[in-house]
Design a protein around this ligand. Structure first.
Ligand SMILES: Cc1cc2nc3c(=O)[nH]c(=O)nc-3n(C[C@H](O)[C@H](O)[C@H](O)COP(=O)(O)OP(=O)(O)OC[C@H]3O[C@@H](n4cnc5c(N)ncnc54)[C@H](O)[C@@H]3O)c2cc1C
Length: 386
């Protein structure tokens, strides 16, 4: 294994031991069938790793985002893919920070026991895309209920979750001063919603990732599903989005190490022209550069997580960590595929699967362009371009 920052060695060892029971061949076989890693997620849940962020008083381990990021990193570094279960980590912050005492009491112990899953977050809409505040899904208050109408797209793990955090408009855009006002978040019980006003349409895609279109047709949810104050949901969801970016950065870092481990081993062993291909500097340099970039991205990830855990603003760092890590893992993926030659394309080497998986993070959960425009505007003071 290539050297890396071994902070949180106890967590890494525990997750690695669990992942050893789910080798790359397990994920390869599921990829072929586009099937959900039920046994893996079940084992992670039983071992308590998916309750890492739940405070001890509710039955979790009370760890921070830093430790959660290490768990996600190790899953991807093992050859697996944390995309099947990372929702529980980033959604947890939203519930913990903005949920009422009653909501926490009702859901957190059951999530910690593995009886409930909080794996989904419904933000993206077909007509709004990255322009989140233009979303149209509307939740109208009627007595003790909200009635939801609208549509979402690319909403992941809905078929493997019991709860979903939903972002919807509660005041029409024309009636608010700022576009980010008048949005609210709800904790939707999917077991009650699906088939009773909410329809799920799976989207088959490039990777083995369960994601869906959602349609809301007069879906009724209890008023107590509202998280925090009505109209302030955009501010609340930003916490979840920042946590998501830091965790995805960690997953890219795990991918980066996996690619570098895989390709350095191969480059040492593969003999062409009478010598290992790894003896050529043309082969060494792209791999070494990707390694340098992964290490640097890892530091920015730790910075973002430390700020988040200290309840300090971390938007810039979470975005930068995500961009650096996604670029580093993509560079590592390209080097790994390239230096495996034809074998990189063979399914049994797992390189092409991981290559597809890490490519996603140039686009989701936020694209590289949008991160750069955030940095240009919010950190460098340049005029907003859109
Ligand atoms: C597999 C998968 C899983 C997902 N899971 C979830 C989920 O669980 N929940 C959820 O809410 N969403 C989810 N998403 C949605 C994801 O967050 C969005 O796809 C992503 O934010 C990009 O939005 P879009 O697809 O609408 O692209 P668009 O907003 O249409 O953008 C398309 C392209 O145009 C570029 N672009 C747009 N505007 C600008 C600009 N002003 N300047 C420069 N470039 C620009 C972008 O960089 C992007 O590459 C998922 C997506 C995928 C593919």
């Amino acid at each position: 294994m290539v050297p890396s920052n071994n902070a949180h060695a106890d967590i890494r060892e525990g997750v690695r031991a669990l992942c050893a029971g789910f080798p790359a061949s397990y994920f390869r076989e599921l990829d072929e069938r586009r099937a959900y890693p039920e046994a893996f997620v079940d084992a992670l849940t039983k071992a308590g790793w998916l309750a890492a962020l739940i405070p001890q008083e509710y039955g979790g381990s009370g760890l921070g985002l830093t430790e959660a990021s290490v768990i996600m990193e190790e899953i991807n570094r093992s050859g697996g893919n944390a995309g099947a279960c990372h929702g529980q980590m980033y959604n947890m912050g939203t519930l913990l920070r903005h949920g009422s005492a009653e909501q926490k009491e009702r859901y957190l112990p059951a999530i910690a026991r593995g009886e409930l899953r909080l794996q989904s977050m419904g933000v993206t809409e077909p007509d709004a895309g990255t322009d989140t505040t233009s979303l149209k899904t509307f939740a109208e208050r009627r007595g003790d209920r909200y009635v939801v109408n609208g549509q979402k797209v690319w909403i992941s793990r809905v078929q493997h979750s019991d709860l979903m955090i939903l972002l919807a408009r509660t005041t029409p855009q024309a009636e608010v001063k700022k576009r980010s006002e008048g949005l609210s978040i709800f904790l939707v019980d999917l077991r009650d919603a699906i088939g009773h006003g909410m329809t799920v349409q799976p989207i088959r895609n490039m990777v083995n990732h369960e994601t869906n279109e959602l349609f809301f047709d007069n879906l009724e949810i209890p008023a107590e599903s509202l998280i925090g104050e009505e109209g302030r949901g955009f501010r609340y969801i930003l916490d979840g989005l920042n946590a998501e970016r830091a965790l995805i950065a960690a997953e890219c870092i795990g991918d980066g190490y996996w690619f570098i481990d895989k390709v350095t081993k191969y480059a040492r062993e593969r003999i062409v022209f009478g010598r290992p291909i790894g003896q050529n500097q043309g082969v060494q340099f792209p791999i070494a550069k990707a390694y340098v970039d992964v290490e640097a991205a890892s530091l920015m990830r730790y910075k973002a997580c430390a700020l988040y855990d200290a309840h300090r603003p971390c938007g810039a760092e979470a975005n930068m960590a995500k961009l650096l890590a996604a670029d580093a893992s993509w560079a590592a993926a390209n080097a790994c595929l390239q230096f495996h030659g034809g074998y990189g394309f063979a399914t049994e080497y797992d390189v092409e699967r991981k290559f597809r998986e890490t490519r996603l993070y140039q686009v989701a959960p936020i694209s590289t362009n949008l991160i750069l425009s955030y940095v240009a505007e919010h950190m460098l003071g340049m005029p907003r371009s859109f």
